[in-house]
Design a protein around this ligand. Structure first.
Ligand code: DGL
Length: 270
């Protein structure tokens, strides 16, 4: 039985929303959580630079951890680099995270759907193609948020939420047209589910906030052989790696809360 870990990757803490679902579905697996905090936020990067950066970083990560599968728990990265990763590392299975536009289009009653994401994800051709392919019959509003990923990082580390800032970021998601109102907001950044209770509180009317974390974890499970008994007694603990190598008390505490032990950083320069 393989003891190779499942690697879960994001620019920051957002991928923890996927990790917690993956843990429930795969309690016998060992997990490595990688936060590319040296590159955070991905939403602000130029596409070519970000692509090159992530492909190079994965060269180091695959060598160091030899994961059985890698979950790119980041929409901003997946919508840009998933094909390049598969091409560069053909022996490594990758699971991506892309905006849940198809399920939103299937579930909406009003036909008004909003996609809340980083400016990077909103700009991607990949995201536009998802709309053309699955949501032609809907009115899809793309809302790029420059602040929510940062606000979520602050909330998870320090417990503080600037509610006025959250309200301002989600406000453009809510539209009224021909007597109908937006009824689904797709959380197309893995950081956002951490703030969803505040979003519910601050929303002008109730909507369904679509979080794809469980679906991503299920996809990873489907691609892996049965893991029953894979986690042996005396096994190495699940680990968190921050690419900056710098850790704060608040980050360590947060990782500890997610059952992760801090490991030394890996950067592109290593
Ligand atoms: N968590 C990432 C996502 O799902 C983005 C956060 C960032 O801007 O780096 O898109």
């Amino acid at each position: 039985m393989s003891e190779r870990p499942v690697l879960v990757f994001d620019s920051g803490i957002g991928g923890l929303t996927v990790l917690r679902e993956a843990r429930v579905l795969m309690p016998d697996r060992r997990f490595i959580y990688v936060a590319d905090d040296a590159g955070f936020p991905y939403g602000d990067w130029e596409e070519d630079a970000l692509k090159g950066h992530i492909v190079a970083l994965f060269g180091k990560l695959l060598q160091r951890f030899r994961p059985e599968i890698s979950v790119i728990a980041c929409n901003t990265a997946s919508t840009l680099v998933i094909s390049a990763l598969r091409e560069a590392y053909p022996d490594q299975p990758f699971v991506g995270t892309v905006p849940a536009i198809k399920p939103a289009a299937e579930r909406t009653r009003s036909g008004l759907v909003s996609v809340l994401a980083t400016p990077g994800t909103v700009k991607r051709q990949y995201t536009r193609d998802l709309i053309t392919r699955w949501a032609q019959q809907c009115h899809v509003r793309l809302v790029g948020s420059t602040q929510l990923a940062r606000l979520s990082e602050i909330y998870m580390r320090d417990g503080f939420v600037d509610e006025a800032a959250v309200r301002a970021e989600i406000e453009p998601c809510f539209i009224e047209r021909d007597g109908q109102r937006t009824d689904i907001v797709v959380l197309a950044c893995t950081h956002y589910p951490f703030l969803v209770n505040r979003m519910r509180k601050l929303a002008p009317w109730p909507v369904d906030w679509l979080d794809p974390a469980e679906a991503i974890a299920r996809r990873a499970l489907a691609l892996l052989p049965s893991s029953k008994g894979a986690r042996m007694a005396g096994h190495q603990p699940d680990q968190a790696v921050f690419t900056s190598g710098a850790t704060s008390f608040a980050s360590e505490r947060l990782m500890h809360g997610f059952g992760l032990t801090m490991a030394p950083g890996t950067s592109v320069a290593d």
